[in-house]
Design a binder for this molecule. Structure first.
Ligand code: NAD
Length: 291
């Protein structure tokens, strides 16, 4: 396929490189980042989007996605797919899809899980929203860039699935970290704590696959001085998106709201920025019960 790729940052560059390695013809554009080997560099987003079968965007947020979509949609040939893999708010995903469809394009929102490691290895999970025809057209690309793609529903459903998943992740990571900090104060050995919880009803991905305690459980960012991994500020971005969506949908999400408050404090006031999101454990370790 002829593919335009806009946004070649930490995630976009390895995803584009995997498409090239699979034999696709990829033209890329980024305001700042260089093009990976094998990707033809375009001078503008419009040039990258013109004449392509699929145009992929991998951008920082919904506002930037909307402004790029405004520029490129008129240049994309009818029948092509605009495939947004960024994590953005549900409203922006739906607005961009509507605009694309009005111009005779198909639109798919397909945010990813799996991080930079998954992007490089081609093992991302895609959660997609959009029409059956749009999903079918880009599904072979999901096979190259990822290991699993779930068609979640209409436009915006991919973003909805992503923020619900990450709201659970933020909440379970905090719960796991505060429980380790309590276990410490109760004199419980961390390895014993892991052994029990990882095989009992308190288990979760945060405990079992990404244990926040160094030297315990599988290798995780905790074993690398809490270097990300999945940075605390990206966790905060996704939690804020979950609360924006909850507000718009009138959903009561008290744990999501509290997790958002805790990660806001961690990132903005407690030196959490630049650390992995599991560095909540050393944060709790240092603290005492509020008066
Ligand atoms: P990044 O900041 O490394 O990359 C974004 C790129 O977009 C940058 O290179 C930037 O120069 C470019 N860009 C910004 N505005 C542009 C414009 N108007 N035109 C063209 N290019 C523009 O971010 P990333 O880590 O690659 O993340 C991309 C998206 O993927 C985000 O929405 C993020 O939430 C999501 N995501 C990231 C991870 C992760 O672990 N990094 C995991 C899952 C999802």
């Amino acid at each position: 396929m002829k593919i335009g790729f806009i946004g070649l940052g930490n995630m976009g560059a390895p995803m584009a490189a995997n498409l090239v390695a699979a034999g696709h013809q990829v033209t890329g554009f980024d305001l700042a980042a260089p093009c990976p080997d094998g990707v033809t560099k375009a001078d503008t987003a419009v040039a990258a989007a013109t004449g392509q079968d699929v145009v992929i965007t991998m951008l920082p947020n919904g506002a930037i996605l909307r402004s790029v979509a405004d520029q490129v949609i008129p240049a994309i040939q009818p029948g092509a797919v605009l495939l947004d893999c960024s994590t953005v708010d549900v409203e922006s995903a739906r607005a961009v899809a509507e605009q694309a469809e009005a111009a005779g394009l198909m639109a798919v929102d397909a945010p990813v899980s799996g991080g930079i490691g998954g992007a490089s290895a081609g093992t991302l999970t895609f959660m997609a929203g959009g029409s059956d025809a749009g999903f079918a057209k880009v599904n072979p690309l999901f096979d190259i860039m990822g290991q699993k793609a779930v068609h979640c529903g209409a436009a915006g459903a991919g973003q909805a699935a992503k923020i619900c998943n990450n709201m659970i992740l933020g909440v379970t990571m905090i719960a796991t970290c505060e429980a380790f900090a309590l276990a410490d104060k109760l004199g419980l050995d961390r390895a014993k704590m892991f052994d029990v919880v990882s095989t009992s009803s308190g288990y979760s991905w945060s405990m079992n696959a990404y244990c926040p305690a160094p030297g315990v459980g599988p290798q995780s960012p905790a074993d690398n001085d809490y270097k990300p991994g999945f940075a605390s500020e990206l966790m905060l971005k996704d939690l804020r998106l979950s609360q924006q969506a909850a507000e718009a949908a009138d959903a009561d999400t008290p744990m999501g709201a509290r997790a958002t408050e805790l990660y806001t404090a961690f990132v903005e006031a407690e030196d959490g920025a630049g650390t992995d999101f599991s560095a909540m454990l050393p944060r709790f370790e240092k603290r005492h019960r509020p008066e």
